[in-house]
Design a protein around this ligand. Structure first.
Ligand SMILES: *Cc1c(COP(=O)(O)O)cnc(C)c1O
Length: 338
């Protein structure tokens, strides 16, 4: 059965720009450095995200166009969170006792130039079938302490509905798996992917939570808002994940507009991530000091209910650590009796 919306997300992806020549012709980039950046991490810009780019150097362009500075990053490493070390079986990361990440797909709607999983994204399987998760699912089955499974990738929503559903069916057969979470960039980078049929399918496997990757208010287009509303209407609690990025969202007003926009479409701000030191992304780095300043101002400009957690992934796989500005949080002084 060909559903109109479903056909169209594949068509959008099929028309993606994915060669150095095409990108250089369109944006007047230097072919030598663009081709060299492709060696580090191939670029992928679908026509939807392309339509959001106003010109080279704007916040949308910076997120997806290769930059010669990627080649000068001397500090970054290929796997900053040591995920490979914490992967007992293929396509699964087990860092915290009660939850695991399943790497359900290697594909994404676009390639973010700051991607911390670029060592896998766009490599290996290039299909909508996805990798073989049998060992990963067996691992979850045999680890009773795992109650929360986070589907990530790549992007799980770059799988066909049937593929995603077969993973959900397998997980729902495991009694100790209580919560399923899906992390995705499609609402902001391929909203066509949120079809009535994928919503109907997801609804069958509640409780499903979703974390939506959004970095800039320009990403909150009418199409993106509609995609969020469709998911919210399907009873899926929506949270957001944002990466703090230099010259993309490291300004208070930009961050406020993004957070307010997310809240207005039913997405609860969840994480603001400090950039991971992945090789090739140093030019996106915003100092923690600046991040804390933004957080401090956010707490005064927004209801605390809408202020995300500012989190940093400790190097070497130490896990997430929440950063808070001085003076935030209350410590009742010793003179306070209660
Ligand atoms: C971020 C992450 C999780 C989920 O963390 P939450 O704080 O529960 O959202 C789980 N496993 C790994 C390896 C992670 O990096």
């Amino acid at each position: 059965m060909k559903e109109k919306g479903r056909q169209s997300w594949r068509e959008v992806m099929a028309r993606s720009l994915s060669s150095p020549q095409e990108l250089c012709r369109l944006f007047g980039l230097d072919l030598g450095s663009t081709a060299a950046a492709f060696q580090l991490f191939p670029a992928l810009v679908n026509p939807y995200f392309l339509s959001l780019i106003g010109g080279p150097g704007d916040a949308m362009a910076r997120q997806v166009l290769p930059d010669p500075r990627e080649l000068q990053d001397k500090e970054g490493v290929p796997d900053p969170l040591a995920e490979e070390k914490m992967s007992p079986v293929p396509h699964l990361i087990h860092r915290y006792p009660d939850r695991v990440v399943l790497l359900a797909s290697n594909r994404c709607a676009i390639h973010c130039r700051f991607c911390n999983r670029r060592r896998r994204v766009g490599r290996g399987h290039g299909s909508t079938i996805g990798p073989d998760l049998s060992l990963a699912l067996e691992y979850v089955r045999s680890h009773q302490e795992v109650s929360d499974v986070l589907l990530s990738g790549g992007d799980p929503l770059l799988l066909e509905d049937e593929q995603l559903e077969s993973i959900l069916i397998s997980l729902r057969k495991i009694p100790h798996v209580e919560i399923i979470r899906i992390g995705t960039r499609v609402c902001s980078a391929l909203p066509e992917r949120i079809t009535p049929s994928v919503c109907r399918m997801l609804k069958k496997y509640h409780p499903i939570y979703m974390s939506l990757h959004f970095n800039h208010p320009m990403e909150l287009t009418p199409q993106a808002r509609r995609a969020c509303s469709m998911l919210a209407d399907s009873g899926i609690p929506l949270g957001s994940q944002t990466v703090l990025l230099k010259q993309v969202n490291d300004e208070l007003e930009v961050m406020l507009e993004l957070l307010r926009g997310l809240v207005a479409v039913g997405v609860k701000p969840y994480y603001l991530f400090q950039l991971d030191p992945v090789l090739g992304a140093a030019h996106f780095r915003t100092p923690v000091k600046r991040g804390l300043e933004i957080m401090d101002e956010l707490t005064r400009r927004l209801s605390l209910e809408w202020v995300p957690q500012y989190a940093l992934d400790l190097p070497g796989g130490g896990g997430k650590c929440v950063l808070a500005p001085k003076g935030m949080g209350c410590f009742p002084g010793t003179d306070l009796l209660y």
